[in-house]
Design a protein around this ligand. Sequence first.
Ligand code: F6P
Length: 341
Amino acid sequence: MEEKKVRRIGVFTSGGDAPGMNAAIRAVTRTALHMGIECIGIRRGYHGLINCDVVPLDLGSVSGLSRQGGTMLYSARSKEFMTPEGREKALNTCKLLGIDGLVGIGGDGTFRGLLELSKLGISVVGIPGTIDNDISCSSYTIGFDTACNTALDSIDKLRDTMQSHERCSVVEVMGRHAGHLALYVGVACGATAVIVPERPFDAEQDILEPIRRARLNGRTHFMVIVAEGVEGGAYAVADQIRAATALDTRVTVLGHVQRGGSPSSRDRVTATYMGYEAVKLLAEGESGRVICLQNDQYVDMDINEALSMKKELDMQTYTVMRIMTGVDHAPDTVRPSRSDA
Ligand code: F6P
């Protein structure tokens, strides 16, 4: 077997946190120790790398971590790291601590930072962790499943009270640039309409018509899911509904609650596999890679290539959503007898 290429690795979380990041930290640490590699936790992402904010990781420090939400290493977004001077400081920390390999858990911004460090001679591997599921090279990112379930739990509760009062609920879920969460949650909760930033929408056709059609079919309460990145967000959509209907329409912005909570089994297992794969790659002397899930297989890809890809909306789910909501309805799906539309 080839001699291992790294002796001490650093692991950090960066950008928006996601449930399952702790499980990934644990997996990185345990795999590294298993392979005889030392592991150092870098706190607060690139900020901690610049400022030498570190903590040694051993079996004890990651014990019981899989089930915990958030990230024990904290997360941050660092402006200083965007500058050559900031990156030089980060490199100096690596040299000072003898870190020859880095595992960064986060999104595209995290991977761009890793790419810069790899150009400076550090071996790097990225793990996709974000509730947005918007990393192009991977069909799945750590945290997405838990965030979907958290949103769904709140929406189910909202539905109870909306049903009692015969109201229309407009729920905004996270996703500044991506509608994956809104789409999945919308399908899962049986929404009346789902609006995502990736697709243009027409209020009349995509929101008001489905509501009217649902009313004709006997429904008296309505659930509209809007991704954060849609212009004007849930409030603008609610205004359009109020202007066109007499429905008592209420807005709920789920916000950061979606980023918290104990990770689901899917997120724990995915994080564990990805953490293991990341260290294995570093130990094999690889660098500049991102761990991805593709066709249910854990594979790795060049960071440059990964960053050049653009994640499209899952059109199969989008099509199913449109059929389920009735946007793309068959002409005979409306019962013609009701007169209260
Ligand atoms: O990228 C994850 C995410 O939760 C997005 O869905 C959201 O738009 C953003 O982070 C919020 O960021 P912050 O926590 O900095 O407000």
